[in-house]
Design a protein around this ligand. Structure first.
Ligand code: NAD
Length: 382
């Protein structure tokens, strides 16, 4: 079987789906790996390293797509400017695509895949079960984003994060509020603590308080209804009444906070607004909000994805694709996740996809000319 690894084409994208040290996982059962020349450049992996690892470097992308039975990517298929074609059209008929497919925001790709009998596996749909943890690319990328968000906040803030006792006086530690303490939020808390900030956090899922406190952060007190978590570990969509109370609780703190990192998301829905424009206006001038939910609409009403806007002296950073700002380790982590999925799908030479398996079934979006994922078929998430 030939496996293709093209260079990512998205704006500002720096990651590569598989790094050289993982190539041997793919070649193990006699597979051949074709890597587009320069695929790893922006993540500091050279063509020579891929060659030494046993891959063939291919200049001609048409050949790579034309020969590959399986294509491994980070981003969903999109218009490839160099080829003047959509990547979903470059894939061979009946081939297999594995990557972030974002099927609900890329319905045209899902339809193309179905019509061309391409089997599409979406990294977003890896089930959150213990067995699949090593394939959980959403968590890997959220870890990177949470870390980088804090560094961006620290960089933007005109203040120190740590307590400093100097001959020029004592500097009090910065106060950081982290809203949403899932994978990204917990990493943001840990990073802000390492930098010496005083951190407080909130998440409506009941299990989170202990995790937040174990990192040495305070938990924002607020009454939370019982059924706030789905069986899949995600937060349920909250009522307007709950969000209003949450906004009031957050609002009471904003005047004392230097940086807010927002990561609150409800899988498949628009992100909840936790900070209204009016609330942001009550923050001290020079404060910073880094909004990690900006691509889902933002947790702050003033957020503009991909931009920094300044209102009433407060910088609101609409953070997008932060994993691309840490390309080496993002690629390393993603690479481990996608090769683990590959090994799971193809455990031996000439294995056949086993749709009785939960991971294979859950992650598959299209197969045999059909949209097999119910959410993608309906074009929405639960
Ligand atoms: P996510 O990116 O969907 O959401 C981020 C966080 O926002 C979540 O913690 C959510 O509870 C929180 N949130 C939603 N509405 C909010 C609101 N109004 N105010 C504040 N916070 C709000 O979630 P995620 O980080 O990808 O994962 C969530 C959880 O899933 C994890 O913490 C973990 O418990 C579970 N998980 C399990 C596995 C596994 O079992 N393999 C893997 C990864 C994650």
């Amino acid at each position: 079987m030939k496996i293709g690894i093209p260079k990512e084409t998205g704006d500002g994208e720096t990651r590569v789906a598989v790094i050289p040290s993982m190539i041997s996982v793919l070649t193990k059962n006699g597979n051949e790996v074709l890597v587009e020349s320069g695929a790893g450049d922006r993540a500091s992996f050279t063509d020579d390293q891929y060659r030494e690892a046993g891959a063939e470097i291919v200049e001609d992308l048409e050949r790579l797509y034309g020969q590959a039975a399986v294509v491994l990517k980070v981003l969903p298929p999109q218009i490839n400017e160099r080829m003047g074609a959509h990547e979903a059209d470059l894939l061979r008929e009946s081939s297999i695509f594995i990557g972030f497919m974002s099927p609900l925001t890329h319905p045209e790709t899902v339809l193309k895949f179905a019509s061309r009998k391409i089997t599409g596996f979406s990294m977003e749909f890896i089930p959150r079960i213990t067995r699949a943890q090593g394939m959980d690319a959403l968590s890997s990328m959220a870890t990177v984003a949470g870390y980088k968000a804090v560094l961006i906040a620290a960089n933007q803030l005109g203040k120190f994060f740590p307590l400093l006792m100097t001959a020029a006086g004592t500097i009090t530690p910065a106060r950081v509020l982290v809203l949403g303490a899932g994978v990204a939020g917990l990493q943001a808390i840990a990073t802000a603590k390492r930098l010496g900030a005083r951190v407080e956090a909130f998440d409506p899922r009941p299990a989170v308080r202990e995790q937040v406190e174990s990192l040495g952060a305070g938990f924002m007190e607020m009454e939370v209804p019982k059924d706030m978590e789905t069986s899949g570990g995600y937060a349920r969509e909250q009522s307007d009444e709950f969000l209003k109370r949450e906004q009031e609780t957050i609002g009471a703190r904003l005047g004392k906070v230097d940086a807010v990192i927002t990561t609150a998301q409800v899988f498949g829905k628009k992100a909840p607004i936790l900070i209204t424009g009016e609330m942001a206006g009550k923050m001290r001038p020079g404060s910073v909000i880094v909004d990690l939910a900006s691509e889902q609409g933002g947790n702050c009403a003033l957020t503009e994805a991909g931009k920094t806007v300044t209102r009433h002296g407060v910088d609101i950073i609409g953070a997008v694709n932060l994993p691309s700002l840490v390309p080496f380790h993002s690629s390393q982590m993603y690479s481990r996740n996608i090769t683990n999925l590959f090994k799971h799908l193809f455990p031996a030479k000439e294995s056949v996809l086993d749709f009785n398996d939960e991971i294979t079934r859950s992650a598959c979006i299209t197969h045999n000319g059909e949209i097999v994922n119910e959410m993608a078929r309906k074009g929405r998430l639960p």
